[in-house]
Design a protein around this ligand. Structure first.
Ligand code: GRG
Length: 359
């Protein structure tokens, strides 16, 4: 039924030689951003012995580039911009519900991808912020909908009751819908305000729209739901995750590159980088589900096992999934070799951050 993306086929068998064991880096960071009505707390967790894959170089702290500081500064920018993008308006129940999930302190990985890609190709943070926020709005919508009783039926997200538990199923559904439409409005208005040429804004809208619908989230979710209880193989699993997870990360990076004025070759390298990172994200997510607690994850842990869901650890074993993740980091970083090395630091570190994250 489903096809594995051609450029990923050679990764299906993980290489045992990549199962390296070095000390993980030991860095942690917490920061708070105070918003008009909502307190947002984001944390970069300190790796523990349950690290999904270990960092073979430990290099995140060794060079001059400080990824923790970069990430914290971008998250503050994005949280402030999201706060301003979504004021409390009438009817308050709808915007409260949207703000509840949007400002609930996610890792902001997708916005950071957009901004870092834009900066790597010579654009600036301000130009990328509207698309970065738009992608986070889409991501938040997908989380709200994913948690609904008709989908995953979850009651814990980012350590808090899910949107439909805190509000109601109908309000959560509408909050998701409203976030989706706000995302496109935000690109149109925000790009114009920041002097992003209209043709770039239009291209970013098309890229993001494709990642939401038949080219991404909705397609992946449909195949995922249809696969429940079935004996799913690696090709279908890869299809689901490339669409459900990787495509939105890809759109984030590509939209950042587009508004930053990248050439076609650079956009395509960034697309491949982000797709590897997106798949990596899901492989790590699957490993975390079986190695971390609900408290550490801020969502229900062990759910994949409990529901007998097909995951990378189930198909490859936990060590096999870790080795596959290590290969994906290497492939992602290789896509950055064509760019000036210093400018690639944020995206290289971001790939490693996703690989070694704890939640
Ligand atoms: C309504 C058109 C339409 C589409 C929605 C529900 C759905 C279709 C798709 C589900 C997509 C989904 C929830 C995929 C999982 C992606 C994923 C790994 C989420 C976790 O991302 P993190 O770890 O979360 O970045 P935080 O909380 O840090 O933002």
């Amino acid at each position: 039924m489903a096809k594995v993306a051609p450029f990923l086929v050679h990764h299906v068998t993980p290489s045992p030689s990549l199962q390296l064991h070095f000390s993980p880096r030991n860095a942690s960071l917490q920061f708070h951003a105070r918003h008009s009505t909502t307190s947002v707390r984001c944390a970069v967790a300190t790796p523990t012995s349950n690290t999904p894959i270990t960092n073979p170089t430990g290099s995140q702290g060794e060079d001059l580039f400080n990824f923790d500081r970069y990430m914290a500064s971008k998250a503050v920018t994005v949280n402030d911009a999201l706060d301003h993008a979504l004021p409390l308006v009438q009817p308050e129940r709808l915007s409260e519900s949207m703000r509840y999930s949007l400002l609930a302190g996610g890792k902001r990985v997708r916005p950071m991808l957009a901004i870092a890609a834009c900066e790597m190709v010579g654009g600036d943070e301000a130009a990328a912020t509207p698309v970065a926020c738009a992608v986070e709005m889409v991501h938040t919508m997908s989380l709200i909908h994913d948690d609904l009783p008709c989908m995953d039926d979850d009651d814990l997200r980012r350590g808090c009751p899910t949107n439909h538990v805190a509000f109601s199923v109908s309000t959560a559904l509408l909050a998701g819908d409203a976030l989706l439409s706000l995302s496109f409005e935000h690109i149109a208005r925000g790009c114009a305000e920041h002097g992003v040429p209209a043709d770039r804004a239009l291209r970013a809208v098309a890229e993001l729209a494709n990642a939401v619908g038949t080219g991404g989230l909705a397609a992946g979710q449909v195949v995922d739901l249809a696969s429940e209880g079935a004996d799913v193989g690696l090709a279908t699993l890869e299809y689901i995750h490339i669409h459900k997870t990787a495509r939105l990360l890809e759109a984030a990076a590509v939209c950042g590159a587009i508004v930053g004025g990248a050439c076609e070759e650079d956009i395509e390298s960034i697309r491949r980088y982000a797709r590897y990172v997106g798949l990596l994200f899901q492989v790590v997510d699957d490993v975390l589900d079986v190695t971390q607690t609900s408290e550490q994850l801020g969502k229900t842990a062990g759910k994949d096992l409990a529901t007998d869901k097909t995951t990378y650890p189930k198909l490859m074993g936990v060590d096999g999934a870790r080795a596959y993740a290590a290969e994906l980091v290497a492939s992602a970083e290789a896509e950055l070799d064509r760019f000036d090395h210093a400018r690639t630091e944020p995206l290289r570190h971001l790939a490693r951050f996703i690989a070694y994250r704890q939640n």
